[in-house]
Write a protein that binds this ligand. Structure first.
Ligand code: 5AD
Ligand code: SF4
Length: 438
């Protein structure tokens, strides 16, 4: 038998890309490729790209530039670009970087093996009518106690700064029967926590087994019935799609974790309108109240954009006020990055130094809230799912119910154990805890 071919796969960006990369690795595995961590020994290099901010796509071109000597030394090396830059730029990538052999958009991954066999340069950025997951091999690899499961893709919201509706296309939900079968299969292979993924996950409306659409709340309640599936999470949600049933599920679905990523982007109604968010700061705050009424200990996280075109000091102050009013467990904040083809990119930008200063101020406030949220856990009893051994002997590392990293001294602990602990200390980015008996 000839030696296995080697695939070097680099993933940029969001969790959806992480999930897609796993599925592509499996599709290429069926072609005889094994993964390598070393680009120099690869027969194929595949970069799964992100287009959400300018920096993310510039990184792709500098990484491609660095592959030039490899390609010169090994002309048979296949270089592929997948993901959202592939979708957005298509054949333009081949023009700018002739060393690239294939460009494959996120909806065409089932065609990757065929494209890799093809001798010339190929581009596929089609949105085929069928579900790409029907054509990708089922997952065989065992990847520890946590897994992602893509339940919907794409977005119809058209926030004026965002490329997702263009790169991932309009909102498509996967059928419920497939999702339940995939979840059961994951659990049979040792998975105890599933994170449901979608660019607009709570807009989920997958076809139910008896016809008719299911909401995300209904899907979560069905998953909650699967024995052995201990934890459910979902991301990323739009505030306007948090319906009553989904909110109620946070109170009564036992395996739905007390954690919710709920991006708000800005606290200024003027800016929210310009972003086409279709909610106000006040409607968001009322929503947060309803969610907390259903699940008082829920930890909220968010995304923010500072320096959106037209953002004044007063608008930015309104964002800080909203952050103070909510009290987040963590949040991502980004400087606005103009994406060609989006409506906001036509507007005059805020000066870079103003945006920088706002980013720093917002991040300082969020970091303080994160530390406060971690400190508030000290003395509390929480569940932890062990994901890997820690750096110290006898130590295990996992995530708490609230998705905080936790270190536990537990020489008997095994990866995949779901244990009860008492939090004893909080450091910059993690908690230390003591395992409780039982
Ligand atoms: N500039 C800056 N941040 C952006 N995001 C999306 N598009 C842009 C952009 N053009 C941020 C939003 C979103 C997160 C995934 O990325 O905050 O919620
Ligand atoms: Fe982008 Fe999210 Fe807005 Fe959709 S809802 S356009 S993915 S920011």
């Amino acid at each position: 038998m000839s030696e296995a071919k080697k695939l070097f796969l680099k993933t940029y960006g969001c969790q959806m890309n992480v999930y897609d990369s796993e599925r592509m690795a499996e599709a290429m595995g069926a072609e005889g490729y094994v993964l390598t961590e070393v680009a120099e020994e690869a027969d194929m290099v595949l970069l799964n790209t992100c287009h959400i901010r300018e920096k993310a796509s510039e990184k792709l071109y500098s990484d491609l530039g660095r592959l030039k000597p490899l390609k010169l030394a090994k002309p048979d090396l296949k270089i592929g670009v997948a993901g959202c830059v592939a979708q957005a730029e298509g054949a333009e990538i081949l023009r700018r970087m002739p060393l690239v052999d294939l460009v494959v958009g996120p909806q065409a991954y089932h065609r990757l093996p065929e494209m890799a066999r093809s001798p010339g340069q190929v581009v596929d950025t089609e949105f085929p009518p069928e579900d790409k997951f029907d054509h990708l091999p089922a997952r065989k690899t065992n990847r520890g106690p946590t897994a992602f499961l893509t339940v919907q893709e794409g977005c119809d919201k058209f926030c004026t700064f965002c490329v997702v509706p263009y790169t991932r296309g309009s909102e498509v939900s996967r059928p419920v029967a497939r999702l339940l079968a995939e979840a059961q299969d994951l659990v049979a292979r040792g998975v105890r926590e599933i994170t449901l993924l979608g660019q607009n996950v709570n807009a989920f409306h997958g076809e139910g087994p008896e016809g008719g659409a299911w909401t995300l709340g209904r899907l979560i309640r069905a998953l909650d019935e699967i024995p052995g599936l201990e934890r459910i999470r979902y991301t990323t949600s739009h505030p306007n799609d948090m319906d009553d049933d989904l909110i109620a599920a946070h109170g009564d679905a036992a395996s739905l974790m007390p954690y919710l990523h709920l991006p708000v982007q800005s606290g200024s109604d003027r800016i929210l309108r310009a972003m086409n968010r279709r909610h106000t700061a006040n409607s968001y705050l009322r929503l947060v109240d309803r969610i907390r009424a259903a699940r008082p200990d829920i930890l909220l996280t968010s995304d923010f954009i500072v320096g959106f075109p037209g953002e004044t000091d007063a608008d930015f102050e309104a964002t800080l006020d909203l952050v103070r009013a909510v009290g987040y467990g963590a949040a991502f904040s980004f400087k606005y990055s103009a994406r060609p083809g989006t409506p906001a990119a036509e507007k005059p930008p805020v000066p870079a130094e103003v945006a920088d200063a706002r980013l720093q101020a917002l991040q300082a406030l969020i970091t303080a809230q994160q530390h406060a949220a971690q400190k508030a856990m000290v003395g509390r009893r929480v569940g932890v799912l062990y994901e890997k051994p820690g750096r110290l002997p006898g130590q295990m590392v996992g995530k708490s119910d609230h998705l905080m990293a936790v270190h536990v001294d537990d020489p008997q602990g095994q990866v995949g154990d779901l244990v009860q602990v008492e939090v004893i200390a909080s450091s910059t980015n993690s908690l230390a805890a003591r395992r409780l008996p039982g």
